[in-house]
Design a protein around this ligand. Structure first.
Ligand code: FAD
Ligand code: DHB
Length: 389
């Protein structure tokens, strides 16, 4: 097989890249180890920045997002028994949409297939070759047969555990940055009406909690937990007791309970691998960087990487120039580091660190009080959250 771009991974980064390239007349083949049903059912992100919505809309895959997604103009910070609203739209002129990542994936997969795009699901033994040369190729197995794609470029969009980052040909000089947090998030899906019109990010001595939503009948809730804990240790009753304790406040607001139909624990890390290009191999999305989910940035960063990479590839095929591609890593990393900073800040601000001194706990509370008291600080938070720049 031959294609201009071989894309490893059918997550948001790989599928969007394939679609944006197609719109510019550039061919690609997407390889994915999992099945279509599996990627379309995996519950992950929920918050789309305005810039992400704009990219999806401009690419013609935003119709269902606009119809079924919920536009949120603000969110609440809860601490010390009170709630304080961050007026995203009032402070920045921008809003966010809560629309599940797997619905974005469904929209992208159907757009690719409708345009006769090639996505090969359930491939195995994916290996990258000669990526330091102008004739890279990828080998893999599909339907039991050994296959090969020859390409001009390879895009590594295969997430944190993929094969692309280890295949970067500059291993000796690469620089990785990492921070692993001493906690994780326990996430649940619940059949109930929303408890709140907007997301609630809650700081509490017992640990962080987050009230999010998926639809008028399905809610998404998270709470800080031990990353080594087991889902089986958490009965439904124990989960509700913990959420009530962390979300309790003095204004009579009550969390609505319902049938819990999904439970999972995710670990939390900050990670950046640099540079994001070596030879003809380009990394995008979680393959190159991870943020803790507190700032809701992961999916949005994958989209912004892909936007930058598409511009470079278009320049190459239109004007036979690699100038824009050569600046891909530098351009993408500027936004990535700022999002890393925001995600770390939100994580620090809202989680309970077991080893924090009483002084550090008071500093955390004072920082929240400062945001609640200062429109300037609230604006800075809102600008980062909506991705205003
Ligand atoms: P992925 O989605 O990981 O996709 C990579 C794909 O590559 C996968 O389908 C994988 O199966 C495939 N693959 C792996 N190895 C290979 C291989 N060898 N060959 C071929 N294919 C391979 N982000 C936000 O912006 N907002 C949020 O609200 C948010 N909330 C989150 C909540 C949770 C619980 C979690 C876990 C994440 C959240 N994120 C959020 C982060 C977001 O989900 C990720 O950043 C996003 O999925 C990154 O997309 P990606 O395409 O780079 O990688
Ligand atoms: C969701 C996930 C996040 O990481 C976040 O900050 C807000 C919402 C969600 O899955 O709904």
């Amino acid at each position: 097989m031959r294609s201009q771009v071989a894309i490893i991974g059918a997550g948001p980064a790989g599928l969007l890249l394939s679609h944006l390239l197609h719109l510019q007349g550039i061919s690609s083949i997407v390889l994915e180890t999992r099945s279509r049903a599996d990627i379309e059912a995996t519950i992950r992100a929920g918050v789309l920045e305005q810039g992400t919505m704009d990219v999806l809309t401009a690419a013609g895959v935003g119709e269902r997002m606009r119809k079924e997604g919920a536009l949120h103009h603000g969110f609440e910070l809860a601490f010390g028994g009170k709630r304080h609203r961050i007026d995203l739209h009032g402070l920045t002129g921008k809003s966010i949409t809560v629309y599940p990542q797997h619905e974005v994936l469904k929209d992208l997969v159907s757009a690719r297939l409708a345009a006769q795009g090639t996505i090969l699901f359930e491939v195995s033994e994916v290996a990258l070759h000669d990526v330091a040369t102008n004739k890279p190729y990828v080998t893999f197995r599909h339907n039991g047969e050994a296959q090969r794609i020859d390409a001009d470029f390879v895009a590594g969009c295969d997430g944190f555990h993929g094969v692309s980052r280890p295949a970067m040909p500059d291993q000796a000089t690469r620089q990785d940055y990492q921070k692993i947090y001493p906690f994780g998030w326990f996430g649940i899906l619940v059949e109930s009406a929303p408890s709140s019109e907007e997301l609630i990010y809650a700081q509490h001595d017992r640990g962080f909690a987050l009230v999010s939503t998926r639809s008028p009948t399905v809610q998404r809730l998270y709470f800080q937990c031990d990353p080594a804990d087991k889902v089986d240790n958490w009965s439904d009753d124990r989960i509700w007791a913990e959420l009530h304790a962390r979300l309790e406040n003095h204004d009579g607001w009550k969390l609505k309970e319902g049938k819990i139909f999904q439970k999972g624990i995710i670990g939390m890390r900050s990670f950046v691998s640099t540079p994001m290009q070596a030879g003809r191999l380009f990394l995008a999305g979680d393959a190159a960087h991870i943020v803790p989910p507190t700032g809701a940035k992961g999916l949005n960063l994958a989209v912004s990487d892909v936007k930058v990479l598409t511009a470079g590839l278009v320049e190459f095929y239109r004007n036979n120039s690699e100038a824009v591609l050569q600046t891909y890593s530098e351009t993408a990393l500027k936004r990535i580091w700022r999002a890393e900073c925001f995600s770390w800040t939100m994580t620090r601000l809202l989680h309970t660190f077991a080893d924090a001194t009483p002084f550090e706990r008071e500093m955390q509370r004072a920082e929240l009080e400062n945001i609640a008291a200062s429109p300037a600080l609230a604006t800075a938070l809102a600008e980062n959250y909506v991705g205003a720049f």
